[in-house]
Design a protein around this ligand. Structure first.
Ligand code: 2NL
Length: 365
């Protein structure tokens, strides 16, 4: 028996010393200590012994199991250390290599222009207001002095939600950002100075109209506001936006139900290499006028709809298409390309994420 165990131990120690890699040492472990291993078999013989026999032979068998287990663990650690050493010696990582080029996104011109507008108007004391794109017809029409029967409602080609009927709380996609201003007048005390930029929707689709487009409206409510404030604000805004001092405005009488009086605002421009360059007097040689904004003094009925006293508070408002502003400044000629999601178009017309417009840095620099 004793010589049996000595033979097993001697053989296992030779196998352990001969194991050259992780697979080999594992095979030795299974052959010795696994379910059908030789030491496991020895341990099983203890079960069939009398207590005296077990007391006599048990300690040696357990000692053998422990010394073989320790020898295997030691050999395994040595093999792992040698394998790591070999990898460190052969595998090299050049930390000075350039990283793989990751695809880089860009800021859409519409987003960039909205940031420019926020920056320009912030400098004049305007806050940015936002609101829901799904509106009810009271905030989108009724509060703006556009009653159910008013022809202006048909003008808007509104997207209504199913089960909307004219009488009861029709839900719709907002046709302008005016409802944001209505909500602001109903929840904030004047004086109010806000711009409301965002997506608006009209059932209209051709080369120059997309069913979704972007608008920014502005609103000032204070005491003693008059059209001089409106004209100065628009002139200051357009000079900052187009980054030139020679912007000339022409105000033409117009009609909107939500303003009285109302004025269409034209700017002078000239055609250069097939592009419209904003600036100069539209009546000058080589120049013409282009309609750019709608504006006016907020209708008393709109002020009253929002729970304010129109004898105490006056205001002006305006609306302008953001997509058109972007096209005029950055020279794109097809509105539909704005919303195609073509990455080549974005690579060409998009802005770097860090080119943040500031007045001090040059608004589009
Ligand atoms: C246009 C015309 C305009 C307004 C929008 C407005 C909003 C309130 C009250 C009164 Cl809450 N007016 N907005 C006023 C005049 C014109 O937009 O041609 N937009 C592209």
């Amino acid at each position: 028996m004793m010589s049996d165990m000595e033979a097993i131990e001697a053989q296992l120690r030779r196998d352990i010393d001969a194991a050259a890699d992780a697979g080999a040492i594992e095979a030795v472990r299974v052959a010795a200590l696994g379910k059908a291993g030789r030491i496991t078999a020895l341990l099983k013989t203890l079960g069939g012994m009398t207590p005296d026999e077990r007391q006599a032979k048990g300690p040696a068998i357990h000692a053998l199991r422990e010394s073989v287990t320790a020898a295997i663990a030691e050999r395994k650690a040595a093999i792992e250390a040698a394998e790591l050493e070999a990898r460190l010696a052969t595998e090299k990582l050049d930390m000075t290599l350039p990283a793989d080029a990751a695809p880089r996104g860009s800021v859409h011109p519409v987003a960039q222009v909205m940031d420019e507008l926020a920056e320009i108007f912030a400098d004049m004391g305007f806050a940015v207001a936002t609101g829901p794109e799904i509106e009810d017809d009271w905030h989108n029409f009724t509060a703006l002095n556009i009653p159910e029967t008013h022809p202006a409602r048909a003008m808007h080609d509104t997207f209504y939600f199913p089960n909307s009927n004219a009488e009861s709380h029709a839900m719709l996609l907002r046709t302008h950002t005016s409802p944001v201003q209505i909500r602001t007048m109903m929840t904030q005390e004047p004086p109010i100075r806000i711009i409301a930029p965002g997506r608006v929707y009209r059932s209209d689709s051709d080369a120059t109209h997309t069913p979704m487009f972007h608008q920014v409206e502005g609103l000032v409510i204070d005491r003693g506001i008059h059209m001089g404030h409106l004209k100065w604000t628009l002139e200051t805004f357009l000079k900052a936006y187009f980054e030139r001092d020679d912007i000339v405005l022409r105000l033409r009488p117009s009609y909107f139900p939500f303003t009285e009086p109302s004025a269409e605002v034209d700017v002078g421009y000239k055609q250069e290499k097939g592009r419209r360059i904003v600036g100069g007097n539209g009546d000058d040689e080589g120049h013409a006028w282009m309609e750019l904004l709608g504006s006016g003094m907020v209708n008393r009925r709109v002020i009253a709809s929002c729970g304010l006293d129109p004898d105490a508070w006056q205001g002006f408002a305006f609306g302008v298409g953001v997509d058109r502003l972007a096209m005029l400044k950055y020279g794109m000629d097809d509105l539909r390309a704005f919303f195609d999601g073509d990455l080549r178009w974005l690579a060409h017309y998009g802005f770097g994420a860090l080119s943040i417009p500031t007045l001090s840095g040059g608004i589009s620099a």
